[in-house]
Design a binder for this molecule. Structure first.
Ligand code: MD3
Ligand code: FE
Length: 215
C-alpha cells in the first residue's frame, strides 16, 4: 500500500464547478509555464508594468500590462481601446499561445468557441491584493472570461451579484485556469493579499492573465 499525501483532490487536471458558469480547471496549463511566461515577457517588453489609479483615486497594488484591446485613460477615465492614446499605436497583438488556450479552455468548460480581443495581465507582489469588484466594462457579457494563474498561489474570493453577498474562498495555484461565463460573469470577485513566497519559474510574484471579449 502507498500513502497518498494528496487524497483530498484528484491528480490534475481536474475540474471543479464553483457555481453556474464558473469552472476551475486545476492544473490545466501547469506543464506550459515556460511558454506562457515567454509570451507574457514579450508583451511586457512592449507595454511595461504599470500601477493604475482607481476611479476613487487609489494607486493599485497590482501592476498591470495588456495586449489586444487594452486600457487607455483620458479625462473621461479608463476604457478599453485598441490603441495607446499617447502614441496612437495599436497595443501589441495577443500571442497565439494565449488565443489557443482561451479557445481550448472555453470549449472544455462547456462554452462556445472563444476568440478574445483583449488580454489583461496582472502582477501581484507579496502583499498585493484586488478588492471585491465586478468586471462590467466589457461590451458583451455573453462571452466568458478565461483566467490563468501563474507563480505564487492566492486565495480568490467569489461572491454573488450583490457586493454584500457572501463570498466563497477558492485557492488558485500555478497552472490553474478558470472560465467565468453565463450567470457568474457579473459576480463580485477579488484576490486576498498574496503571501510572501518564491516560485521556481515566476519568482516572488503571482501573475494572472485574463482573456476577454472587451469591444
Ligand atoms: C469572476 N483578476 O483582472 S481572475 C481582473 O486573479 C481580476 O488577477 C483576478 O479580477 C486576478 O478583473 C481574478 C478571475 C476572474 C476574472 C474575471 C471574472 C474572475 C471573475 C469576472 C466575473 C466573475
Ligand atoms: Fe475582475
Amino acid at each position: 500500500m502507498t500513502i497518498d499525501l494528496f487524497e483530498d483532490s484528484p491528480p490534475p487536471p481536474w475540474r471543479e464547478q464553483l457555481g453556474p458558469g464558473a469552472v476551475v480547471m486545476h492544473g490545466f496549463v501547469r506543464d506550459h509555464g515556460p511558454e506562457l511566461l515567454a509570451a507574457v515577457n514579450g508583451v511586457i517588453a512592449q507595454v511595461p508594468w504599470r500601477h493604475l489609479t482607481t476611479p476613487g483615486g487609489f494607486v493599485m497594488s497590482v501592476a498591470m500590462s495588456w495586449c489586444g484591446n487594452g486600457w487607455t485613460s483620458d479625462h473621461r477615465g479608463y476604457r478599453y481601446s485598441e490603441r495607446d492614446s499617447r502614441s496612437g499605436q495599436r497595443w501589441p497583438p495577443i500571442p497565439d499561445i494565449l488565443l489557443a488556450l482561451a479557445d481550448e479552455a472555453s470549449r472544455q468548460a462547456g462554452f462556445a468557441p472563444f476568440i478574445p480581443d483583449s488580454c489583461l495581465i496582472n502582477r501581484y507582489d507579496p502583499g498585493s491584493k484586488l478588492s471585491l469588484h465586478q468586471d462590467k466594462d466589457e461590451r458583451d457579457f455573453d462571452a466568458p472570461i478565461v483566467s490563468v494563474s501563474l507563480g505564487l498561489p492566492a486565495v480568490f474570493q467569489f461572491g454573488g451579484l450583490r457586493r454584500g453577498d457572501p463570498a466563497r474562498r477558492v485557492p488558485l495555484a500555478h497552472g490553474d485556469v478558470v472560465v467565468w461565463g453565463g450567470p457568474s460573469r457579473l459576480c463580485f470577485h477579488g484576490i486576498m493579499p498574496v503571501k510572501e513566497g518564491y516560485h521556481s519559474l515566476v519568482g516572488p510574484h503571482r501573475i494572472n492573465i485574463t482573456l476577454r471579449k472587451a469591444l
